[in-house]
Design a protein around this ligand. Structure first.
Ligand code: ADP
Length: 236
């Protein structure tokens, strides 16, 4: 019986690894194909300067995409193996959000923080990664210049709730239970041209849980989404 169970568990592990390899191959193939194509075109001796610039931009975009994929995969692996260095401190959310918004170079986001918000307990880099991912998604899956709201308030004794609300594409109900799975992407024609790796939300979930909090989603397809997470109040 024991041998049977071990065999079953081994089969499941192999199936998971195979699925992961297939997804990874797909994630690598797309940017590499675009890179290969642009580099061949750049090698054309009589290429006009305008086209040269266009292909160089593609090369830069695809290299950034591969870098992001690698960074996310490394962070995921380090979280799962317990190797991600975590330094919890008291964080001022409004300062952190100001820094994140400056990095994202966006004016699309309005902040609504309740007054006298207490310091929260978390790792600076990890909490900022969660904010970057949720804000980038809210912008990416919304029409150009549609408003995005970021808010924070004391939720219940000892906890702060942080939310990112958009009025974009929203998420079909059938996809919502799978959003936090690695490499999961919604397959719907309303977003077929929007690029991504399907890693951002799985990473956010693990990062939030690494701070002791929880990540939630509420969304209506065609109307918008609200992602929210909890962080504990710092006891200083
Ligand atoms: P990626 O954006 O790289 O595909 P994520 O893990 O960040 O991967 O998101 C998984 C899927 O969830 C996306 O493919 C997208 O369809 C959907 N999604 C995430 N955030 C939003 C949002 N704010 N609005 C609509 N859809 C979203």
């Amino acid at each position: 019986m024991q041998a049977l169970l071990e065999n079953q568990s081994l089969k499941e592990q192999i199936a998971q690894q195979t699925q992961l390899m297939q997804l990874l191959t797909h994630q690598l193939a797309t940017p590499l194909t675009a890179l290969g194509g642009s580099i061949s075109l750049l090698a054309e001796p009589e290429l006009e300067t305008a086209h040269q610039q266009e292909f160089l931009t593609v090369v830069q975009q695809q290299v950034s995409r591969l870098k992001r994929l690698l960074q996310d995969l490394m962070a995921l692996r380090n979280l799962e193996t317990g190797a991600l260095a975590t330094h919890h401190t008291g964080l001022c959310l409004s300062t952190l959000v100001r820094e994140v918004l400056a990095d994202l170079q966006t004016t699309q986001v309005t902040c609504v923080f309740s007054p006298e918000l207490p310091l929260v307990w978390g790792d600076r880099w990890q909490v900022s990664q969660v904010l970057v991912n949720l804000l980038s998604n809210a912008i990416k899956y919304s029409p150009k210049d549609a408003p995005v709201e970021l808010g924070a308030e004391v939720h219940q004794a000892g906890w702060v709730n942080v939310w990112v609300r958009d009025h974009g594409l929203g998420i079909p109900a059938a996809d919502q239970p799978h959003l936090f799975e690695r490499f999961y992407r919604v397959q719907h024609r309303d977003r077929s041209t929007i690029k991504g790796t399907g890693l951002g939300l799985s990473l956010c979930k693990l990062l939030v849980e690494n701070q002791g909090g929880q990540l939630h989603v509420e969304s209506t397809h065609g109307e918008g989404s609200c992602f929210s997470f909890t962080l504990s109040i710092a006891r200083c």
